[in-house]
Every structure is written in C-alpha cells, then in structure tokens.
Design a protein around this ligand. Structure first.
Ligand SMILES: NC(=O)c1ccc[n+]([C@@H]2O[C@H](COP(=O)([O-])OP(=O)(O)OC[C@H]3O[C@@H](n4cnc5c(N)ncnc54)[C@H](O)[C@@H]3O)[C@@H](O)[C@H]2O)c1
Length: 362
C-alpha cells in the first residue's frame, strides 16, 4: 500500500470522526492529519479512542486562515485531502449565514488553492489526465441538499440541476462548483460525493434524531417542524463512511457520486418509531414518549422531500447501504443511552475542556 499523508478536515465532528477512526485503524501505512477548528460542533471526545495511535495527528486550526492552510500543506507534505469541515446546521445558517459563507465557501477555496499550489496543478500537466494513476486527491464531501426539493416522486441523480434553498445548501453548492472549477481549470484531481441525511453515534444533539432522543430521555417536548410531513432519506453513518473509503480509493477523478439509504421517512413517522424504541429501552408504557411531540412553526424555505438515486456508486464501486433503519436506530439509541456522559458533557459545555486537558501542552 502506498504511503499517504491525508488531511481530513472536520474530523472532530460527527461524520469526520467516523472517517478518521476508519482510516487510522484500517490503514496503518497512512498518516491521518485531522484538522478541526473545534467549533461548537467539534468534539475531540468523538475520537478519544484513537488519539494515541502512531499514524494519527490532531491539528487545531481554521480552514478560513489561508496562510495557516498553506503552511500546513508544506509542513505535513499532504498527499490527499478529505474535506468534511463545514458549518452544517440549516437552522444556524438561517440565523447566521455569513459564518456558512466563510467556512463552507472561503474555507474550501483556501484548501483548493493550497492543494493546487502544493500538487503543482495547472492545465496540461499530468494531473489533468484523468486516466493516469493519481498521486493526489482532493475529495469533497457534500450533501443532497444542493439539489433542492423533490415533489412526491422522483430521485436526485448526479445530473440533477442544483437548486439550493437554504444558506447552508447554497454554501455547499458553491463549494461543489468551486471544486469542479478547480478540477476543470487547473487539473486538480478531485472527486465529490453528495450524501443524504446521516444518523448514528456522536451526532451533535441539535440534529433531529439525537435531539429527539435526548429530549425523550429528559421528558422534554420533541419539537417537530410544521406537520412533520417533510421527507428525508436516512443513512447510517458507518455506511456513509464505507462509501467515503471506497470513493477515496476507487472513485474516478472528476466524478460525482450520490450516496443514499433508499430509506425515506416522513419526520413524524420517524419520530413515532423512535418514541416506540425509547419507550421500550426506558421501560415506559408504550405511547408515553409520543405525548412529548410538539408541533412548531415550520422552518422558512423548508424543502419537502429529498431522495437519492445511488445506483451509480452501486454499479461502479459496488456500494449499497447495509444497515437496515430499525437496526441502525436501535444501535443509535443504545449508544446514546450507554454514553450519557458524552451527552451531559455537551449540555454542560465540559466537552470544550477536552482539548486543553489532552492536547494544549503536547
Ligand atoms: N450530517 C449529515 O447528515 C450530512 C449529510 C451529507 C453531507 N454532510 C456533510 O458532511 C460534512 C460533515 O458533516 P457533519 O454532520 O459531520 O458536521 P458537524 O457539524 O458534526 O462537523 C463539522 C466539523 O467541522 C469543524 N469545522 C467547522 N468550521 C471549521 C473551520 N472553519 N475550520 C476547521 N474546522 C471547522 C467543526 O469543528 C466540526 O468538527 C459536512 O461537510 C456536511 O456538509 C453531512
């Protein structure tokens, strides 16, 4: 196996922590440099189990700082990038769009510039030849939300037009376009994947499933937007992580891959299912938790339905979702209930002390 030094951005977040863990443990010849600003969403406890592995290094830093990013590329001699760092919560993008523009667009451009410079990319060089073996790769992780909203039928394919509606999805769409522009203009070896909603362990408890789970645990209201009619396609995070591993190693340069769970749920049906699982785990009478459901004013610009056609990644790379929703949800509930200290460290803010305790004096 080739030796590589891979920059994973956002590796202290939800999906990034699963990606870092997988790469560090499965590929001992790779060095994984995890770059994360540790915003409110970054939590080093998510990867505490691998922090002492010899092929792992954590760097605290901001992708918006261009000089720092350029210096990091030269210092670490990075061969590849898997870019997950982002502001990722739609509601926060409505209250503070600028932070999303900074991180998701400017931050991505800084990484692209540093990669282009370090890997000596320009049109006419070997890197613009999509057939030759690649030495470097810029892998950009994106979302199905860039495609906008579907009606009751149809699926997003890799050729669906972009039609983002929230500042979050608009900023992710911009970053996707910029990655493609750097591939086309400078021959940057790049690949993009657009994935549906993820769920599983280590998801920050402001997103639908962990928020509901945490509120049920504490007997607090479960807020549901509008009438709960919005439909999302849910994928267990470890299935996404496996797809990322496959695309990183086998994906074709300049291609896009859609990743989805073939698993559409109306928000209200999902929450009712979760309530049933929680009643059982908490030994409550069936029907207890669903009484906590509280309908709240709908999110502005709320997309009705997302659903992904992931036949391309199935056909070309042999990937399919493997975890059934009931099984994944069961695993997720068990993980959150077994890791109450992880949740309470977030609620109390103690998770923010982890960096000082473990890293600051290294
Ligand atoms: N969660 C999903 O369902 C989903 C679905 C499809 C795609 N995605 C994409 O996957 C990626 C990861 O999503 P997630 O849910 O794990 O997000 P997350 O919010 O849990 O994690 C994001 C991480 O990025 C870090 N970060 C934020 N701004 C930074 C900056 N300026 N510099 C360096 N680090 C910074 C945060 O500290 C955090 O650790 C995002 O790009 C997101 O758009 C997420």
């Amino acid at each position: 196996m080739n030796k590589k030094t891979i920059l994973v951005t956002g590796g202290a977040g939800f999906i990034g922590s699963h990606v870092v863990r997988r790469l560090v443990t499965r590929y001992p010849d790779y060095t994984i440099v995890n770059l994360d600003k540790l915003t409110y969403a970054g939590n080093l406890e998510n990867i505490s189990d691998i922090e002492n592995k010899p092929n792992y290094k954590f760097v605290k830093g901001d992708i918006v700082d261009a000089d720092f990013i350029q210096e990091l590329f030269s210092r670490e001699k990075l061969t590849d990038v898997i870019h997950l760092a982002a502001e990722s919560h739609v509601d926060r993008s409505i209250s503070n769009p600028l932070e999303f523009i900074r991180t998701n667009i400017l931050g991505t451009v800084n990484l692209l510039n540093a990669a282009k410079f370090s890997w000596n990319c320009r049109l006419g060089t070997e890197s613009s030849d999509t057939e030759s073996p690649r030495r470097n790769l810029f892998y950009h992780i994106s979302t199905d939300e860039v495609y906008g909203s579907l009606g009751p039928s149809g699926l997003f394919t890799e050729n669906s037009p972009y039609d983002p509606h929230s500042p979050y999805s608009a900023s992710k769409a911009s970053s996707d376009h910029l990655v493609r522009a750097y591939a086309d203009t400078f021959g940057l070896p790049a690949v993009i994947s657009n994935c549906s909603n993820n769920y599983g362990p280590f998801q920050f408890p402001e997103k639908l499933i962990p928020l509901a789970l945490n509120n049920i645990r504490q007997n607090k209201p479960i807020p549901i937007y509008g009438k709960g009619e919005n439909i999302r396609d849910w994928l267990f995070v470890e299935d996404h992580t496996l797809a990322i591993d496959l695309i990183f190693h086998k994906g074709k340069r300049s291609e896009t891959y859609n990743i989805g769970g073939h698993n559409e749920w109306k928000n209200i049906d999902l929450i009712l299912l979760l309530c049933g699982i929680m009643d059982r785990h908490l030994k409550r009478t069936a029907g207890t938790s669903e009484k906590l459901i509280t309908y709240v004013t709908d999110r502005s610009g709320h997309d009705l339905r997302y659903a992904i056609d992931s036949s391309k990644i199935d056909r070309e790379l042999g990937w399919k979702p493997s975890v059934k929703f009931e099984e994944g949800l069961e695993k997720t509930v068990r993980w959150y209930l077994d890791n109450e200290s992880w949740l309470s460290n977030i609620t109390t803010g103690n998770y923010k002390m982890y960096y000082e305790k473990q890293y600051a004096n290294r």
